[in-house]
Design a protein around this ligand. Structure first.
Ligand code: LUZ
Ligand code: MOS
Length: 763
């Protein structure tokens, strides 16, 4: 089944925020951000901007009627700076003008006098100076101190991953429209309509029931709009509140890149201990998370780093500690994987380091230590593991022995091009790690003509969740999709929604849709019984007719609904779903936080041009645990997109802040994301079918985030290719492994001139 949005997407008819027809008298906003990363505001001068023709008003924190505060987890983030700025780009004032161009021009004529304070961009330095956003957290299992004594081999090192720009195609934005009686209608490109509504209510000091947040769809989110869509919507609403006029602000790409946070960079220390059979006996990791200037979602991201610190391996003795470090960068935030990939990279680096020292392939260690059923995670939950199944299936169907031979032969025959292979197993926990967030609601109406409308808390952001919601309703009613319409995500129809995040949206909202539809079907059965004068517990609908079991009747769906309506049967249902199985106690860091885990294995093959340092990926071949997929097309799209996005993070996407905390990679000319030329020549995805009864909707496992982590394999494949060229090359565990870094490690400084001479000689 195709995505229900395909046709309007292709025709350019799909509505995004910037496509909403403007109301008369709409004004346009633009934010003035701090020009420096840290300092005390001495004087803000808006007088020149205010005098510009077409400028309506400029707002500062003094215009805020309620709390100047938008921090979700920790109240440490003012909407508009008061007397200090904490990152370059931090909003200080909000210009509202008659046109977008005037608003942008007015921002440029605002000046500010700031007394600079020291700028910290490095998380380890922040930790040294005691700048932590929350106290450190530690997950542990077994007894690490005793375990070291049992190890035959112990290796230590450092692993670092950089941030990642979300680069949703649609930038952040909002459009707010005044309604009567101090109500505001809010269009926002947000993954979390309730987050927008809740913070807006507090900032404007008006009750939530006056704020209608409505979301048709987003042009991508990737976590960047879980928390960080809120500020722009509230800035517009603040102006609408004062001016009683519609106000719109869609960020320009460079504003968006400069002012919003990204994936959290991490710097980490690891220590790994193995016995003589290559079993990992002990693993210790210390994570320094670069949170940026405010908590945002970083404390929750940090938690997921700890949850995934052992990836898909069983390690009996673990100690993992994480520091949430405050720096003068824009607050970093959710990004597909939510700290999990950062944690997983570190143990993969530890394994690679051990393998290198022992002169073996990392896959020997990886395979020996895969999770088995019943193995305990450091947080107490027991694994129901598909790790070995995925790995062995991948070895088998992708003919790993043959592949290794081909690579070996290629490397023997070629001197300036080398191939590298890596295995990347993944294990990702499905559920919000904050247990209370695991809840969702759905509202289903059957209209008197038999057509059905469905509303949920799920936000469509290109991931295909609306298609899945429509499938759920169509399946329960056994009606064609044409009878089902999925409506916008709206806080007046569905209240108190969790953001669409954590890969859990289809599960949570889908189960709520399922419950609502089942309840409606149950209510219709007695109606059918009255008409048909026979028991109808086996009722289903086929080709518009009521069937009882396999027997067709004369009763049409339309007549059934009309009869139900005339008999005054309620044709609407609101359902609430919350998986009861999940729980977690942060005081002991133990529990059962995840409904289930998703597993998989990726084999990546790369060819490195050892003269230039550039590389191309031959193939990424995956065996992925989908459960029983309810939509192979949508799910395959998620896997392919996730792989490429993860590879981009690991290889070419390089965020650079200078020492002053200024973003230098601030446009698409300086920040490179994968394009059609840099994707692998071949991506193969094998659907491992698993039938385990789990909490996935229709047993179709969550698929949003897990595949991103296959991209980590790209780093290690490139690293292995470098090693094939120069076995003693010192390749740092520092992602992204850009072509520049590859070139430098191919030719270590001391031997550089000699190796280059040799290379030219071969040429
Ligand atoms: N967002 C969140 C997430 O608030 N909590 C989570 O556990 C999570 N996990 C993945 C992605 N987003
Ligand atoms: Mo997300 S990182 O699931 O918003």
């Amino acid at each position: 089944m195709q995505n229900i949005d395909s046709i309007t997407h292709v025709r350019g008819e799909s509505i995004y925020l910037d496509d909403i027809p403007l109301q008369q008298e709409t004004l346009f906003g633009a934010a003035f951000g701090s020009p420096i990363a840290h300092g005390k505001i001495i004087h803000l001068d808006i007088s020149a901007a205010e005098k510009m023709a077409g400028v309506v008003r400029i707002f500062t924190y003094k215009d805020i009627p309620g709390d100047n505060q938008i921090g979700g987890i920790v109240p440490d983030e003012p909407l508009l700076a008061e007397d200090e700025v904490h990152f370059n780009g931090m909003p200080v004032a909000f210009v509202v003008a008659e046109t977008n161009e005037i608003a942008q021009a007015a921002v440029k004529s605002i000046t500010i006098d700031i007394e600079p304070l020291p700028v910290i961009t490095d998380p380890r330095e922040a930790k040294e100076k005691g700048k932590l956003i929350i106290p450190p957290r530690t997950f542990s299992l077994g007894n690490i101190d005793k375990a070291w004594k049992k190890c035959t081999h112990i290796f230590e090192g450092i692993a670092e991953t950089n941030g990642q720009e979300h680069l949703y195609i649609e930038t952040q934005g909002a459009y707010t429209i005044p309604q009567e009686n101090d109500c505001i209608k809010v269009y926002s490109s947000t993954q979390g309509p309730t987050a927008v509504q809740r913070h807006m209510a507090a900032v404007l000091k008006i009750p939530m029931h006056r704020l209608e947040v409505d979301v048709t769809r987003l042009g991508g989110g990737f976590g960047g709009k879980e928390d960080q869509a809120t500020a722009w919507a509230i800035l517009c609403a603040l102006a609408t509140y004062h001016l009683k006029k519609p106000v719109k602000y869609c960020l320009h790409r460079m504003e968006d890149m400069r002012m919003t946070g990204k994936r959290n960079p991490y710097s980490s220390d690891f220590k790994i201990g193995l016995d003589k059979n290559l079993k990992i006996i002990a693993y210790e990791a210390t994570f320094y998370q670069n949170a940026g200037a405010a908590a945002d979602l970083s404390p929750a991201v940090l938690e997921r780093t700890l949850f995934h610190c052992t990836n898909s391996y069983f390690v009996p003795n673990v100690k993992a500690t994480a520091y949430c470090c405050k720096t003068n960068l824009p607050p970093n935030t959710a990004f597909r994987g939510f700290g999990g990939p950062q944690g997983m990279f570190v143990i993969e680096a530890a394994i690679a380091k051990a393998a290198e020292a022992l002169g073996i392939d990392a896959s020997e260690i990886q395979k020996k230590n895969l999770l088995k059923d019943g193995d305990e995670f450091p947080y107490g939950q027991k694994a129901e593991s598909e790790a070995k199944n995925c790995w062995e299936e991948a070895e088998d169907i992708y003919e790993i022995k043959k592949l290794r031979k081909q690579v070996k032969k290629f490397n023997e025959e070629n001197h300036l091009h080398k191939k590298g292979i890596s295995f990347m197993p993944i294990c990702f926990g499905i559920s919000f790690t904050k247990t209370f967030m695991n809840q969702a609601r759905a509202l289903v109406h059957i209209y008197t003509d038999g057509s059905i409308s469905v509303s949920t808390g799920a936000v469509e952001m290109g991931q295909g969740v609306n298609t899945k919601m429509a499938q759920v309703a169509a399946t329960i009613f056994s009606l064609p999709l044409s009878k089902i319409k999925i409506h916008t995500t709206n806080t007046f129809r569905i209240a108190n929604t969790s953001p669409s995040a954590a890969s859990a949206t289809a599960d949570l909202n889908g189960k709520a849709v399922q419950m609502a539809c089942i309840n409606l079907m149950e209510r219709l059965k007695p109606v059918a019984e009255k008409v048909l004068k026979q028991p109808c517990d086996k009722m289903r609908i086929e080709e518009g007719l009521v069937h009882i079991g396999n027997k067709k009747t004369e009763l049409t769906w339309g007549n059934l609904i009309a009869t139900a309506y005339m008999s005054r049967v309620n044709l609407s249902e609101h359902a609430h779903y919350a998986p009861p199985q999940v729980h977690f106690d942060p005081t002991i860091e133990k529990g059962h936080p995840f409904a289930y885990h998703v597993y998989g294995t990726a084999i990546t093959v790369v060819t490195v041009d050892c003269l230039r340092g550039i590389y191309t990926f031959d193939a990424v071949k995956v065996v992925h645990d989908f459960g029983t997929t309810m939509n192979p097309v949508v799910d395959l799209g998620q896997i392919e997109g996730g792989i490429v996005q993860g590879m981009g993070w690991m290889t070419m996407e390089e965020i650079i802040y200078d020492k002053e905390g200024r973003l230098r990679s601030n446009a698409l000319s300086t920040y490179k994301v994968p394009d059609i030329y840099s994707v692998p020549e071949e991506i193969k995805v094998h659907f491992l079918k698993t039938k385990k009864d789990n909490l996935a909707i229709f047993r179709s496992k969550a698929v949003g985030e897990p595949p991103l982590m296959y991209g980590i394999g790209a780093f290690f494949a490139v690293r292995n290719a470098i090693k094939a060229f120069h076995p003693s090359a010192d390749v740092k565990f520092s992602a992204p492994i850009t072509p520049e870094k590859v070139l430098m490690s191919l030719y270590p400084k001391k031997e550089r001139s000699q190796t280059i001479k040799e290379a030219y000689h071969i040429l």
